[in-house]
Ligand binder design. Structure first.
Ligand code: TRP
Length: 332
């Protein structure tokens, strides 16, 4: 069975975009692959984070995975820093990756902005740690959102260069998996921007912790236009808000946009927003209740992450040994 690796940043305040874009896919992929899922606390500190907040966020993301249906017995769920092989391989890959490759990463350019001289070295090296995450398990499939595709291509470039430089075939090339129905969830206030936890307006997003009334209120206030929904996807031209809301509906129902329009095409927003609210509440409510329950029990979460970390470590160690032997590191 092919092996999947994916990582999620420990961020508090998870929202519908995180759920439809990543978490739900992780749950689904469990039926066809051997999955290793990682909360990337080492990536999280590339930008300073208060320790207490880091701990809270790791717990929250892990609780969410478990509530959504990640099975920590059949698969592996752990936090990155428990497995030192990630950091160890990342160092080797830092020596393979080229400065020029890293400088071209759009996420680095966005995050560093005008502040290039003052961001952490870790932020620059972020993609090489990400490559190590994947390659240390020889994972071949990586579910990622669009914004991480460039990093995944870099991971392939690093793997190719390592194999070439050392005339070996240690690393298989990882490929992205993008599930058919995964799509970008945009802000409810401005559908040209991604739904984001950092948007100052809470009305721009549906948080996984929102109750049914809050969800209803947010959709009522969501930006729309005066026309009824189109009957076909061509009708979304110039109507990003309408497209986003229908995509959210399609997302939670797990159907295509075309199929969604067969159900709701032609409806007035006032009516559609009620249908949409019901669908979103039906999907999220059980998860957010379960998430809340699990989040109370941090001892349970810690035990899951610890067990996952031990099993991940056992898989990573032989690969790291193979890499060290290939490089010519003396170890006995
Ligand atoms: N960079 C990814 C993100 O921000 C998280 C991540 C870290 C990751 N390591 C990974 C994703 C390895 C896939 C594979 O979403």
């Amino acid at each position: 069975m092919e092996r999947i690796f994916s990582g999620a940043q420990p961020t508090g305040n998870l929202h519908l975009g995180n759920y439809l874009g990543a978490i739900r896919n992780w749950v689904k992929l469990q039926s066809g692959y051997e999955c290793i899922y990682c909360v990337v606390d080492m990536h999280a500190i590339t930008i300073f984070k208060e320790p207490a907040e880091l701990i809270r966020s790791v717990h929250e993301v892990a609780a969410c995975m478990l509530a959504a249906g990640v099975d920590p017995k059949k698969h592996i769920l752990f936090n990155q820093s428990r497995v030192p092989a990630h950091a160890e391989l990342a160092w080797v890959l830092n020596c393979v990756a080229r400065m020029g490759w890293m400088s071209r990463m759009t996420q680095f350019k966005d995050k560093a902005g005008k502040n290039r001289e003052n961001v952490s070295l870790g932020l620059f090296a972020y993609p090489s740690l990400m490559a190590a995450d994947i390659l240390v398990y020889k994972a071949t499939k990586v579910p990622v959102g669009e914004d991480q595709i460039q990093h995944l291509e870099l991971a392939r470039d690093i793997a190719v260069k390592f194999n070439n430089d050392y005339k070996c075939n240690v690393f298989p090339l990882p490929e992205p998996v993008m599930l058919g129905t995964s799509r970008r969830v945009m802000s409810l206030r401005d559908a040209t921007k991604k739904m984001s936890k950092s948007d100052p307006s809470d009305y721009s997003r549906i948080n996984l912790s929102d109750d049914a009334d809050t969800i209803a209120l947010k959709f009522r206030k969501a930006k729309t236009d005066p026309m009824p929904l189109p009957e076909t996807v061509e009708g979304f031209e110039g109507r990003p808000e309408a497209l986003n809301l229908v995509n959210i509906y399609a997302g939670v129902r797990d159907i295509t946009t075309e199929e969604a329009l067969k159900e709701v095409g032609g409806q007035e927003f006032s009516r559609f927003k009620k249908v949409l609210t019901d669908a979103v509440v039906a999907e999220l409510e059980p998860i957010s209740k379960e998430m809340h329950k699990i989040a109370q029990d941090t001892a349970y979460i810690d035990s899951v992450l610890k067990n996952g970390g031990e099993r991940a470590d056992a898989l990573a160690q032989p690969v790291l040994n193979e890499v060290y032997d290939t490089i010519g590191f003396l170890r006995n």
